[in-house]
Design a protein around this ligand. Structure first.
Ligand code: MG
Ligand code: MG
Length: 629
């Protein structure tokens, strides 16, 4: 399997695109005619530039409205073809993509089209070129790869072949089993794109909403498995039309694209009938048993307020690092680290973002294997010097450049608390608040980064995504996407902020980047927790009394329960599986907060309550009367 991407998939000028594509690790690039026309150099210059980046031109496209034309159009299309051939020879590529005709004057008929392709094949052969035919999902006569294949078969010319495009086939729900019988030498190239399931006009959907395999909802891996069953082991080429990507960072989009293909190759490699695909092997997706710790980087002045908040949540200080200025606060399985080092990554994170949760550690079975997979998928490894007897914890850069540490129980990593830390105590011994574990970690990102991190988490860790939902903030909509595993031992909610007046947007703007905005702990008895918190002087986020009247009516709650909820500022939700109770802290810094949840089978995250919670939090960040922007 070789990787390629069409220049149309990413933003920027042609040289910028090529640089990003080469850096991301692609082997080849499809040159889109418009990119080429907008560039001032000659076709030869473009060809040289591509090769200087170590890339191969996989094809030149598009050549439109070719087959089935009546005269005089027919003669003119052949003239146009000859001119495309001239450009291809100068560029240094031997394959052109012909997409199925959409012209209203074109005539149908498989044999007519086959005859046109036979003649085109003769002309291409004279120049040593090849022509690939692709069925557009909205072609006038040909909109199904099975018909395109029948035309190619009848054209019966070695220089004429088929181009498959996952979008066109999957968008029309065409049986992909039909691909398996196409001879592999007749598949000239395979183009890939995913898309979110939206019921809309096919052309509009394709031109604006395609995304990288794994980012959408189409069964692209099944499609590639069917292709691999033919024995095809050539280029898999991304052809992504997406408005957001065209406005995004070329480097980031190219890196996502490469990651999506490597992940796809790994998924397909594991299928019994796809053995022909040569893909480097990598360890399985890492199963996560829990969040082992969360680490804050803070300045001197932040230690007191943050530790006070932890005490009020029932945490106790249990350890300090042997050589670094790091303290551990613990309750149940939850460990919170406060790092006050003045050198190293944590202090840099503090300098950039202010006090923030800059790292989380995930408990996996085999940290080295998880690390190997992450690196194979293009994640940036992170390391910094450790003391002579200290444990070196493998880590990668995650959302907003923050760290994801990987811990396991099979190596010294499992004894890190004994090796790197000494037990410590404080005078403050708050009432335990029955917090058991981290329920979820909420990360806030810019809206256009959401797909990047969705792909990152699902490719590296054994997780699944849930459909995106809209959260209503009084100042705008925030998109929310959950990534979680089946056991519920890793739950990440990702909120995408489109404007800075929303709470999520404010957080990003004021902390200079994406990061962990809230951490939710799990309890099995929210009322016992609330009582302990009260005893510890915890200040719960005050919820509007109006909320309780509404929630009582909506769910038909016993008024006595409503009173208890109201007394504890506890929010309530329910789904088919069970009940959900939520309780929030006030904000810390520029919008960070803690949450406590009790879920009895409930699978969601209280999206319906978000508007009340956000309104209450915003009152704390900006006193009444002050403008939010
Ligand atoms: Mg295509
Ligand atoms: Mg939450």
């Amino acid at each position: 399997m070789k990787t390629s991407i069409a220049t149309v998939s990413i933003s920027g000028e042609l040289p910028e695109k090529l640089e990003a594509i080469a850096k991301a690790g692609f082997d080849g690039v499809e040159i889109f005619e418009n990119d080429f026309l907008a560039f001032d150099g000659s076709p030869r210059d473009v060809g040289r530039m591509v090769r200087d980046y170590g890339l191969e031109i996989t094809l030149f496209q598009p050549f439109r409205d070719f087959e089935g034309m009546p005269e005089p159009h027919r003669s003119r299309t052949f003239d146009r073809a000859e001119r495309k051939f001239d450009i291809m020879q100068e560029l240094g590529t031997d394959l052109v993509l012909v997409c199925s005709n959409v012209s209203p004057v074109s005539l149908g008929g498989i044999d007519r089209a086959a005859a046109d392709f036979h003649e085109l094949g003769e002309r291409a052969a004279k120049r040593g070129l090849k022509v690939g035919y692709e069925a557009l999902a909205w072609g006038r006569h040909i909109f199904d790869h099975r018909d395109a294949w029948e035309i190619v078969r009848r054209a019966d010319h070695p220089n004429i072949g088929l181009i498959l495009d996952s979008f066109h086939t999957l968008a029309r729900k065409i049986d992909i089993g039909s691909i398996r019988s196409v001879p592999k030498d007749k598949i000239f190239i395979v183009q890939l794109a995913d898309a979110p399931l939206i019921d809309m006009d096919l052309l509009y959907w394709s031109r604006h909403f395609r995304n990288m395999p794994g980012e959408g909802d189409l069964p692209v891996a099944d499609f590639v498995a069917a292709v691999a069953a033919t024995g095809y082991d050539g280029y898999l080429s991304l052809e992504i039309f997406n408005d957001q990507f065209r406005g995004g960072s070329p480097k980031a989009i190219a890196a996502d694209g490469h990651r999506s293909l490597v992940y796809l190759g790994d998924q397909v490699r594991r299928r019994p009938d796809a053995a022909s695909l040569t893909v480097p092997s990598m360890p399985d997706r890492a199963a996560v048993a829990g969040v082992a710790f969360i680490e804050f980087s803070v300045g001197k002045a932040d230690v007191e307020p943050l530790s006070a908040m932890l005490y009020s949540l029932g945490f106790r200080k249990t350890a300090t690092h042997k050589t670094k200025n790091v303290s551990v606060y613990q309750q149940g399985e939850v460990r919170i680290l406060i790092n006050r080092e003045e050198v190293g990554f944590a202090s840099n994170a503090y300098a950039v973002h202010g006090a923030s949760a800059y790292a989380m550690a995930l408990q996996v079975e085999d940290a080295a294997a998880a690390m190997a997979r992450a690196v194979a998928l293009g994640a940036a490894p992170f390391s910094q010097p450790v003391g002579p007897d200290e444990v070196e914890v493998p880590a990668i850069r995650g959302v907003g450049g923050a760290l994801i540490y990987l811990l396991d129980a099979k190596t010294d990593l499992g004894r890190i608390w004994d090796i790197d830390f000494t037990p410590a105590q404080d005078e403050v011994t708050p009432e335990p608040a029955h917090l058991l574990a981290v329920d979820h970690v909420a990360q806030t990102v810019a809206y256009e980064e959401m797909l990047t991190w969705l792909l990152f988490y699902t490719a590296i860790f054994e997780t699944e995504k849930s459909p995106m939902v809209d959260i209503i903030d009084p100042s705008g909509v925030v998109r929310s996407q959950v990534i979680q595993n089946g056991e519920g031992t890793l739950r990440i909610t990702m909120n995408g902020a489109e404007n800075r007046r929303t709470l999520a947007g404010h957080f990003i703007a004021e902390t200079f980047g994406s990061g962990i905005q809230h951490i939710a702990f799990r309890t099995e008895d929210i009322f016992a927790t609330a009582a302990a918190l009260r005893a510890n002087g915890f200040k719960a986020l005050p919820i509007s009394p109006n909320y309780y009247g509404d929630v009582e009516a909506r769910f038909g709650l016993d008024p006595e329960l409503t009173e208890r909820l109201k007394a504890g500022n506890i929010l309530y939700d329910r789904d088919e599986q069970g009940e959900y109770f939520q309780l929030y802290s006030g904000t810390y810094g520029e919008g960070f907060f803690f949450e406590i949840v009790q879920r009895s089978g409930y699978r969601g995250y209280g999206a319906a309550n978000a508007i009340f919670r956000i309104a209450a939090l915003k009152k704390q960040i900006r006193p009444e009367g002050m403008p939010v922007a």
